[in-house]
Design a protein. Structure first.
Length: 174
């Protein structure tokens, strides 16, 4: 019995193939599977903090979680319970794989900034007030929310060209 041409020999234990450990899906992955079961036709767009899997594996659990009270941030989710927001960065690779396995193709994946620019935010802000333009800048600037937040979309039915992913699609990084 030789080694398969496309990779290492399968692991053996007592003459039987070793089983891979079962991995429980994250709540986000379970939600995507439920969405795939219930969505008849159309698209679902998700915006949140997060990174592709290869980025999250290099971060510690503490770095992937953030806590904030008013305008201050801290690493301790158990300090001042009920008085702060606690968020965790989404594993966009995990939800993309869950969607694909459930039959939901990915329409696209990109940063919030690129998505909003593709959707025409810059042109819409030309006649906006200074305050509105400053708020829009915060949404798209790379050092603000523009890069930290990502957008991913899945569809069921015929593919359509989603405007927000026309330039800067990063689906290949998932």
């Amino acid at each position: 019995m030789g080694r398969p041409a496309n990779g290492p020999a399968p692991a053996r234990r007592s003459g039987r193939r070793a089983r891979l450990p079962h991995r429980n899906p994250s709540p986000a992955e379970a939600f995507i599977r439920t969405l795939a079961d219930r969505l008849q036709a159309g698209a679902a767009f998700f915006l949140d903090y997060g990174f592709p899997k290869r980025s999250t594996t290099t971060r510690s659990a503490a770095a992937a979680r953030s806590c904030a009270t008013a305008r201050t941030a801290d690493p301790d989710p158990l300090d001042a319970p009920g008085e702060k927001d606690i968020t965790a960065h989404v594993d966009f690779t995990g939800i993309a794989v869950a969607a694909q396995e459930a039959g939901l193709p990915t329409l696209g994946y990109t940063s919030q900034g690129r998505f909003l620019i593709n959707c025409g935010l810059v042109q819409r802000m030309e006649q906006a007030s200074l305050g509105e333009r400053a708020a829009a800048q915060r949404l798209v600037a790379e050092h603000e929310m523009g890069e930290l937040f990502k957008v991913i979309a899945f569809h069921k039915g015929a593919f359509w060209d989603a405007l927000g992913f026309r330039a800067g699609d990063r689906t290949h990084t998932l």
